[in-house]
Design a binder for this molecule. Structure first.
Ligand code: SAM
Length: 879
């Protein structure tokens, strides 16, 4: 009879690992019985279950006959497997009908269901460590139930302990997510609850934990040393230095593993967990080049009574009642204490849903029947980095939370990574319970990350996030423009003419709730949720998955004009940001909008009507050498404009100042502060304002009136992303818009940008250094910048053009006479035709790689393009 090819394959697989056929046969036979001939369970993860079982069996044998006998005895004579029958059995198996009805999961064995027998009755020769008790039987189980070779035989083999439907999983399979890439790296970093007030953060956290978590009692857990003979044995490790299955597997395929690898065998008390089966194995080949760090992010106790409570509450419950938390925390402590990852061995339970997303960093979520959810994040290649070391758990949590704070800014005061994880678990369970649609089980992390971000920010605001509304059969994303800055912002008073009294500068307008309601009533997606729910593209109705067109007003009524958005080029969504019509202070920036700081000498209190029509220029014209900068038509005067343009073209020909101690350099954390690179002393325009005697129609009030021309955000063809264009002809010197964003100090900006990915953002923060020369900027909070990345107006869409851009930026002083804060206003440098893209020269030095914002590859198309010149000269010098 030809051998069953699957048997032969299993033998081959084991042979590769140096395991002879005679060792494989009996175990394979047992496994086939155990899994009811479900080969998939044996074959998955490169026969991991088989290998584990063989090693465990070896270890059991090495432990002495008593243990083995005990097992076999416990199994009862009828279940004893006689070696010489094994070959026959395998041959039988070879002939067995492959179509035999098989259990869907290895965890629920049909033939065991309803049997109150010991696990050993069905698993005579498998090591006791492999056994897992189903949750249904929890009431029948003693606290000490569970299995590892370090337990006393009586505990291990107790019939009561193993009573009920026995679920069996080779325990070491739980050594994190292997995915077939490498043999069972036990470096699982288990994230623990950081908010637990009883647990001060720090590397020594484990030492401060409650005995419940740490005591290596047989009833709780046992850790095994995984130091590969280096002699480092965890003080929590009472076991006798056995090598784990994973170690052996590791050796077999010679995968590099970082230093200390504490292995933990968990001994749950009552509830089942689903560590290993929650992980969807992948079939990537095992290679040294693909090391993997597994970060199991959270195990959330699913008890419905915990619903709505914080993750810390969950953990607290788990500590007292639940096995999961106990084991989780035990492992966490291990990680936290010595900075190394612990592997885990946990039980599995029945019917697990497995969800995974494939990308270089992988997020996997899975749940069990019982509502347990496990989130696992694997960071591929992490271990491949030279000098990689396991960071402390606290450091990871802190870093993520800081990142969230920077990115989202508007966050629930209770925000923590653990809460986020809990939200994910809740959402996962809720969605899973509500929907039978398989597609909803797949989460594409990368494609939804921005929506997650939006959704989260919206949650924090109590807003709906990205909503959709139907416009002439096209799809238009609508931004919720509600902006409440995270820290009470200092805001300039309203200065938009008739809107003055109504415009809400804390950006907390009350009508948005109505708008959101409308959106929801339209039947379109409402991402509002207490939980973090990723809106998935493929969940949208097909008619919604279409190119974007005609967003009616990206400013959502905050400007006097409607600003449309069109994309006739691709399917890209506009970037996620909050539209604000005026800049707002982020945090530390010293911007005082108080009227008290404006003395009479800074305004024209004696004026009346329109200052421009007065025969003598008023105090507000002092700045511009006694002449107003604007014409009666509201355009910047030619001479003034040309001077401003020329400054940009040839800064070296104009006045530049060099700070004694430049705030820009000061912000960098290097030991020695470098010398100032120089700042252009720019020409200011001073506009009349509230304390002036003139009226609102005064000709010296232009920028403060806001946008008046018809603009449109559009997708550029040249690969510059979104751009801004005018829909009408604009004369030379016309005000277009100002650069609006968060006002922050340079050091805040530095911190923000340097911590973001490569300092690359889709916006171009500007330094308000136009007057640094006249008065030394002594304090950091006086060195101000504008960042429109997350909060901004249409100016954030204006692309760069080298030298011959059609806009020029001019500092305009409105409500603050002190030049350290001013408005940066864009005026046309020439007549601009309708539909022309509006551009300004960012002043980028494409050779300056030290610049905070990394330069992009310029596609401006200008004959004066500095970037192209650089490439040309580079290639010329190479040629
Ligand atoms: C202030 S944003 C302009 C709006 C941006 N295009 C968008 O899609 O949101 C600046 C970013 O736009 C892109 N950009 C601007 N001008 C560009 C140019 N001349 N060539 C290539 N990319 C440009 C760069 O990615 C730059 O970081």
């Amino acid at each position: 009879m030809p051998p069953n090819p699957r048997v032969a394959k299993a033998f081959r697989a084991m042979k590769v690992m140096g395991i002879s056929e005679d060792k494989v046969k009996p175990v394979l036979k047992d496994l086939l019985k155990l899994y009811d001939k479900n080969w998939e369970l044996i074959e998955e993860e490169s026969y991991r279950a088989l290998a584990d079982a063989i090693f465990e069996r070896e270890e059991a044998e090495a432990a002495g006959p008593s243990k083995k006998i005990s097992n076999n005895e416990a199994a009862g004579p009828s279940k004893k497997i006689v070696n010489n029958e094994q070959e026959d059995y395998l041959e039988e198996e070879a002939l067995a009908n492959e179509e035999t009805v098989r259990p869907l999961k290895r965890l629920r064995l049909r033939h065991q269901e309803g049997q109150p027998s010991s696990h050993t009755t069905s698993n005579a020769s498998l090591p006791v460590t492999a056994l897992i008790v189903p949750k249904e039987e929890k009431d029948e189980l003693p606290e000490t139930h569970l299995l590892n070779q370090n337990k006393s035989p009586s505990t291990v083999d107790s019939p009561q302990a193993n009573a009920g439907n026995t679920l069996q999983v080779v325990a070491s399979q739980s050594l994190a997510k292997n995915k077939g890439k490498q043999p069972v790296s036990p470096k699982a970093l288990m994230v623990q609850e950081r908010c637990d007030p009883s647990q001060p953060s720090g590397v020594d956290k484990s030492k401060q934990k409650t005995p419940l978590r740490t005591e290596p009692s047989p009833a709780s857990h046992t850790m095994r040393p995984r130091d590969k003979g280096k002699g480092t044995v965890s003080p929590q490790t009472p076991s006798g230095g056995k090598r784990s299955v994973s170690e052996r597997l590791s050796d077999a395929v010679r995968i590099k593993e970082p230093n200390v690898m504490p292995d933990i065998v968990v001994t749950p008390k009552e509830k089942t967990t689903a560590s290993q089966a929650l992980i969807k194995p992948k079939d990537e080949p095992i290679t040294d080049e693909m090391p993997q760090l597994n970060i199991s992010a959270a195990v959330i106790h699913p008890d419905p009574s915990n619903k709505g409570e914080s993750s810390s509450r969950n953990v607290a419950v788990g500590e007292n009642d639940g096995l999961e938390s106990l084991e989780l925390h035990s492992m966490l402590e291990k990680v936290t204490a010595d900075g190394t990852a612990a592997s885990e061995k946990t039980r599995n339970n029945g019917d697990l849903a497995i969800i995974s997303g494939d990308c270089s960093s992988n997020l996997e979520i899975a749940s069990s029947h019982f509502g347990e959810v496990r989130i696992s994040l694997s960071c591929d290649l992490a271990l491949g980095r030279p000098g990689f070391h396991m960071p402390s758990l606290d450091a990871v949590l802190k870093s993520v939370e800081e990142k969230c704070l920077r990115s989202y800014k508007i966050l629930d005061p209770n925000f923590s990574v653990m809460n986020l994880m809990k939200d994910m678990c809740d959402s996962f369970l809720n969605l899973g319970s509500e929907s039978t649609n398989e597609i909803s089980k797949s989460i594409d992390v990368t494609s939804t990350i921005d929506l997650v971000k939006k959704s989260y920010a919206a949650d924090a605001l109590g807003a709906t996030g990205l909503g959709f509304s139907s416009l002439n059969s096209s799809v238009s994303p609508q931004f919720d423009e509600e902006v409440a800055l995270p820290r009470t912002p200092l805001l300039p008073p309203p200065c938009h003419g008739e809107d003055d009294g109504t415009q809400s500068n804390n950006m907390d307008s009350g009508d948005d709730g109505e708008k959101r309601k409308d959106d929801t009533e339209d039947g379109f997606e409402d991402t509002n949720s207490q939980s973090l729910v990723a809106l998935q593209q493929h969940q949208l109705a097909p008619e919604l998955i279409r190119p974007l067109h005609d967003v009616i007003d990206i400013a959502k009524g905050h400007e006097r004009v409607v600003i449309t958005l069109v994309n006739e080029v691709n399917n890209e969504f506009p970037p996620l940001f909050y539209y604000i019509p005026q800049s707002a202070v982020f945090q530390n920036a010293s911007v005082n909008f108080s009227l008290a700081c404006i003395g009479d000498s800074n305004c024209c209190s004696a004026c009346f009507g329109d200052c421009l029509s007065n025969s003598t220029p008023c105090a507000c014209a002092h700045e511009t050498r006694g002449e107003f900068a604007y014409t009666a038509d509201g355009l910047v005067k030619e001479e003034f404009l040309e001077e401003c343009i020329s400054m940009n073209h040839d800064p070296e020909k104009h006045c530049q100042v060099f700070c004694k101690e430049c705030p820009v350099e000061r912000s960098k954390t290097e030991d020695t502060i470098e010398s100032c690179k120089g700042h252009l002393v720019r020409k200011f325009i001073t506009e009349c304002w509230w304390r002036c005697g003139c009226n609102k129609q005064c000709g010296n009030r232009v920028v403060q009136r806001g946008i008046t021309c018809n603009l449109q955000v559009f997708m550029t063809l040249e690969g510059k992303g979104w751009g801004l264009r005018t829909l009408e002809d604009l004369p030379k010197g016309a005000f277009v818009c100002e650069y609006v964003g968060e006002i922050l100090t340079y050091s805040e900006l530095f911190d923000r940008v340097s911590k973001s990915s490569n300092g690359k953002g889709n916006s171009n923060p500007v330094l308000l250094d136009a007057d640094w020369g006249s008065k030394a900027v002594r304090k950091d909070e006086e060195a101000l910048c504008l960042d429109a990345t997350d909060y901004g107006n249409v100016a954030r869409f204006i692309n760069h053009r080298c030298r011959d851009s059609n806009l020029v930026e001019i500092p305009v002083q409105v409500e603050i006479p002190d030049h350290h804060y001013y408005h940066l206003a864009f005026f046309t440098t020439r007549k601009v035709n309708a539909m022309e893209e509006l551009t300004w020269d960012y002043g980028i030095d494409f050779d300056d790689h030290d610049h905070l914002v990394k330069p992009f590859r310029c596609q401006c198309g200008s004959n004066f393009c500095r970037n192209i010149k650089r490439y040309r000269s580079k290639s010329a010098s190479r040629g």
